[in-house]
Write a protein that binds this ligand. Structure first.
Ligand code: SF4
Length: 329
């Protein structure tokens, strides 16, 4: 594979091999002037992932550009690991995966197939084995549900962009699993002392803000529909998809974090942390770019989830109920 491709997909085995073969020492990569550009870009990768949730592309015009881009990837990983915060690890892994997805959509199908092979994803032309499909596809989204796909002899028919989307999830998982098992050498903490401190402080600030907000949230102010959904989920009842969707949008709108929402679902009989987190992150716009709005009362009523009481008189939206109740205090 040429350097341009390795620079675009630095998480693949061949890129790692290339870095190894360059025989650059940790001291050189962290302190040598030659790698200054790679270090700057490495920090940029981490900052963008943390602050914006995605990593932008840089112009790759020559081999030096590519080399710096390839080296910036292990540097970014070392910084993320040195910061030692699970939220950041997840956010960074996702941002790298999204960056790869944007690139893969533009690639030839043969290239995508090659990357899929690296993840042991079985593709047969425009078909994917259903086991791989179920492992990585965002099946909580109605259009990705297996019943809405053409299936033949254990294979699901799939378009190029969909394979890229499936690969995004495989890449995210791979990067995250690698990061949690990595150890940052002490030299990294020394070389990026200021940046590590700065990002750690921002993470602490973010956490504090969430704690303050959490303290302000009062369950008794929730509208009856949301209280019922929460009770049902906590009692381990199987809440339908629309109910789960509704409660996630509501809790997100009133400022609960992904982790707090996730905790609510942990008593569900079919709880799968990874899958649930992924669904919450999608609905709340962390990975989809779309923050889904809380449905109106009319819609909730159609779904059979409305439990209106006297307090709901004149209410058309659950968030209005919540806001009014809080204003009265
Ligand atoms: S009227 Fe609206 S806020 Fe009240 S329970 Fe029904 S859906 Fe919820």
């Amino acid at each position: 594979m040429d350097l341009f491709k390795l620079a675009k997909y630095p998480f693949i085995a061949e890129a790692k091999e290339w870095v190894k073969n360059e025989k650059v020492s940790i001291d050189e990569i962290l302190f040598d002037e030659i790698y200054e550009r790679a270090r700057v870009r490495g920090i940029e990768r981490v900052r963008q992932a943390f602050e914006r949730g995605f990593i932008s592309n840089v112009a790759l015009l020559n081999e030096i550009d590519c080399m710096m881009e390839i080296f910036s990837y292990p540097i970014a990983r070392m910084i993320v690991v040195a910061i030692d915060n699970d939220y950041l690890l997840r956010r960074y892994a996702l941002a790298e995966a999204k960056k790869a997805y944007e690139g893969l959509k533009e690639e030839e199908f043969e290239f995508i197939q090659m990357i899929a092979k690296e993840f042991d994803i079985e593709l047969d032309g425009n078909k994917i084995h259903f086991v791989d499909y179920l492992k990585y596809a965002p099946t909580w989204d109605i259009k990705w549900k297996l019943v809405n796909k053409k299936l033949k002899a254990g294979y699901v028919f799939i378009r190029k962009n969909e394979v890229a989307r499936i690969l995004q999830e495989a890449i995210r998982k791979k990067i995250y699993n690698e990061l949690v098992n990595l150890f940052a050498p002490p030299e990294v903490k020394k070389a990026f002392k200021d940046e590590i401190m700065e990002i750690r402080n921002k993470l602490i600030l973010k956490q504090k803000k969430e704690e303050i907000r959490k303290g302000e949230i009062k369950y008794e102010d929730f509208p009856p529909c949301m209280q019922s959904l929460i009770s049902a989920i906590k009692s381990g009842l199987n809440v339908p998809h629309v109910g789960r969707f509704t409660i996630v949008t509501f809790l997100n709108a009133i400022g609960q974090s992904v982790d707090e929402i996730l905790k609510l679902f942990s008593s569900s009989p079919d709880f799968n942390e990874e899958k649930t987190r992924y669904q919450i992150e999608h609905i709340t716009g962390r990975i989809s770019g779309t923050i889904y709005a809380t449905p109106k009362c009319d819609t909730i009523r159609t779904w059979g989830l409305c439990n209106a009481t006297e307090e709901c008189r004149g209410i058309r939206h659950p968030l209005i109920f919540y806001k009014r109740k809080r204003r009265r205090k």
